[in-house]
Structure formats: structure tokens, C-alpha cells
Design a protein around this ligand. Structure first.
Ligand SMILES: Cc1cc2nc3c(=O)[nH]c(=O)nc-3n(C[C@H](O)[C@H](O)[C@H](O)COP(=O)(O)O)c2cc1C
Length: 352
């Protein structure tokens, strides 16, 4: 008899029961004392809705577009590295699940499966590609080309990993990637995984807007910047021709003690207006979290850990189930809040 899985927290508990200590620490952990991680969740718990009544609609519409791609719910699967750690089917399972749920998967540079193989094994999946630029600039260009050739429709440049955050759970467990966990997007053939610190040591530590401009000049694909919290950086992203910004603190895994992304979002929305598309991630566990993000200026959210709980527990079907759970919760929240469409969520449903 399958356990009742009524919430993402239920999936989290089951995932915790099936993963080994090192993998679980890697999935769940944040930097330092995990203040940023706790604050990120707490900020969602502080949201108060002011619902509207008598809207006269029976079925809210959850569909929207993200950088021109139509998705059936405003929830995208975030780039998460090393997905074979959580389930042997890894990235292919997540890509197929995203396609089944009618949304986009963002493939990580740290994937255990090459972007080419993901595209082949999940035909019809809408893929974005997340880039961690290596110090070696020829590799950046090569990766952009590979992503483009594999049919990815957007590039997500993650900019908050200048250094790896100090994730003490990983340091305590001595977490390292086994040689059986290859990273064919990041690594050349003679390179092998190790600790997260060793892996991160090939990444560009001095990434700048000049690097971003160069990346843009190398690809026709729209570029999103992931890991922005200050409105000034969001304005710069628009000035530098980016198509989108993902407001994120990397799930509390990088700088300890950051503001919660959901709290940073309104000022960013005010600063950039319609100049680019805004997204949010970190701490999304509920349909109401998605609704809050949309009300405060995001077009859609990205789901990191929650999708991985589904993967760990039940592979592809588990990821589908978590996405469907969020769809059910969001549909219910929109109906009860009087919000008819995910493309037009009024800011004043949030009590301030
Ligand atoms: C296990 C794990 C691995 C991650 N790997 C990457 C990555 O390779 N690239 C990246 O841009 N972000 C990565 N992230 C961050 C996610 O894309 C996302 O910002 C974060 O998970 C959102 O917070 P949430 O887990 O609370 O949903 C990772 C997050 C986790 C939990």
C-alpha cells in the first residue's frame, strides 16, 4: 500500500529514508549555520493572502510561457547537479517527467548525463541549459554549442558560485562524487569527479559582466542570469541584453545569511519592470509559495530539492507526482484566492 503523499514534506521524509547520509546531506544542506536556508523557508511562511471572492470562474488557468516556450504550470525544474546520486535513471528520468508534466527542465553543467544523451532519451522535452563557466574559455564556447546543437532553447548562467559555499554537512561527511558519477558536460575525458571543492576548482572565480557579454556574443539563444538578489544587478542584466533573471540564493547553499529571495523579489520587479522576465527559486514547497512568487513579480518558479525528493523515492514517476502535486495545490490556491490566470496575478492578493 503506497504511503499517503499529500505534501512535498511527505516526499521529503520518504527521500530521507532512502538516501545515504552523504547524499542526503548534499541534497538538503545549506551553507554555514543554514541561516539563509531557514530564512528562505520562513519568508514563505510569513506570507499572508488577501483573497478576492465572487470572481465567477470555475477553473483557473495555470499555463504560461517562459522565454517563449509554453508550459502547462508555472513551475520549472531547476538545474540540479549529479542526479544519478538520487536515482539510477538520473537526468533522463527528470527530463521525461518534466515533459510529461508539460514544463521545462533546466539541465545542469554538473549533470551525470551529457546534454546530448538527455535530449535523445527524452524526446520532446523542453530543455534549458545551465552554464557554469570554466576558467578555460574554449570550454565555455564548446558547451554553449553543445547545448544549442542538443536543442536547448535557453542558457541559464549561474552567477552565485564564485566560490563554493561552505556546506558543513558535506565537509563533515567528507562527501565526494565516485568515479561512477561522471560529469560529461563539465569534464574532459581525462578528468574525474572528487569532492565538491575539487569539482568547483575548475570554475571561473572572477566571473564578470565582460564574460557575460562574451557568452552572449557566442550564442543566439536567450540568456538568463541565475542567482541575483540585488535590484541593481537585475537592472545590469537587462542593460546587458539578458532575457531573464532568476532571483535565487541557490537554495541557501552559497552565501550564508542572505535575504530570502521571495523578500528580494518585489524590489527587483519594481526596478526592472517589463525589461526582462523574472523567475524565482529557493524554498518553494507549496502551491501557495508559487502563487506568492507570481503575485510578487515572478513569471514562474524553479523547483530544486522538491523535484529531487520525487526522483529519489520513485524515479521518473516520482518527479511527475511532485509536479502534479504542485499543480493540484496551485490550482486550489488560485481558485480560493480569486486568481483566474497564472499570467495575471494581482500583487494585492498579498497582505502588506
Ligand atoms: C543538490 C543540489 C544541486 C544543485 N546543483 C546546481 C547546479 O548544478 N547548478 C545550479 O545553477 N544550481 C544548482 N542548485 C541550485 C538549484 O538550481 C536551485 O537554485 C535551488 O535548489 C532552489 O532551492 P530549492 O532546492 O529550495 O528549490 C542545486 C541545488 C541542489 C539542492
Amino acid at each position: 500500500v503506497p504511503a499517503e503523499r499529500l505534501s512535498v514534506d511527505d516526499w521529503q521524509r520518504e527521500a530521507a529514508a532512502v538516501l545515504d547520509e552523504g547524499t542526503l546531506g548534499y541534497l538538503e544542506g545549506g551553507a554555514g549555520d543554514e541561516r539563509a536556508l531557514r530564512e528562505t523557508m520562513a519568508a514563505f511562511a510569513r506570507i499572508r493572502f488577501l483573497p478576492r471572492m465572487l470572481g465567477g470562474f470555475a477553473e483557473p488557468s495555470l499555463a504560461t510561457t517562459v522565454i517563449g516556450t509554453r508550459i502547462s504550470l508555472p513551475v520549472i525544474v531547476a538545474p540540479v547537479g549529479h542526479q544519478r546520486l538520487f536515482h539510477p535513471d538520473g537526468e533522463q528520468a527528470v527530463a521525461r517527467a518534466a515533459a510529461t508534466a508539460g514544463t521545462v527542465m533546466c539541465v545542469s553543467t554538473m549533470a551525470n548525463t551529457s546534454v546530448e544523451d538527455i535530449a535523445i532519451e527524452a524526446p520532446g522535452a523542453d530543455l534549458w541549459y545551465q552554464l557554469y563557466p570554466r576558467i578555460d574559455r574554449s570550454h565555455r564556447r564548446e558547451l554553449l554549442q553543445r547545448a544549442e546543437d542538443s536543442g536547448c532553447t535557453a542558457i541559464v548562467l549561474t552567477v552565485d558560485v564564485q566560490s563554493l559555499g561552505r556546506r558543513e554537512r558535506d565537509l563533515r561527511t567528507g562527501f565526494r562524487l565516485a568515479p561512477s558519477m561522471p560529469m560529461p558536460n563539465l569534464h574532459r575525458e581525462d578528468e574525474h569527479p572528487g569532492t565538491l571543492g575539487e569539482i568547483a576548482s575548475v570554475l571561473e572565480p572572477a566571473l564578470s559582466w565582460d564574460d557575460l557579454d562574451e557568452l552572449r556574443s557566442w550564442t543566439q539563444l536567450p540568456l538568463l542570469v541565475k542567482g541575483i538578489l540585488d535590484p541593481r544587478d537585475a537592472v545590469l542584466a537587462a542593460d546587458h541584453g539578458c532575457a531573464g533573471v532568476i532571483v535565487s540564493n541557490h537554495g541557501g547553499r552559497q552565501l550564508e545569511g542572505t535575504v530570502a529571495p521571495i523578500d528580494a523579489l518585489p524590489r527587483i520587479a519594481e526596478a526592472v519592470g517589463d525589461r526582462l522576465e523574472l523567475y524565482l527559486d529557493s524554498g518553494v514547497r507549496r502551491g501557495v509559495d508559487v502563487l506568492a512568487a507570481l503575485a510578487l513579480g515572478a513569471r514562474a518558479v524553479l523547483l530544486g530539492r522538491a523535484a529531487m525528493y520525487g526522483l529519489a523515492v520513485d524515479g521518473e514517476a516520482g518527479v511527475v507526482a511532485v509536479l502534479e502535486l504542485l499543480r493540484t495545490e496551485l490550482r486550489n490556491a488560485m481558485h480560493l484566492a480569486g486568481v483566474a490566470s497564472a499570467t495575471d496575478v494581482p500583487g494585492d492578493i498579498i497582505w502588506r
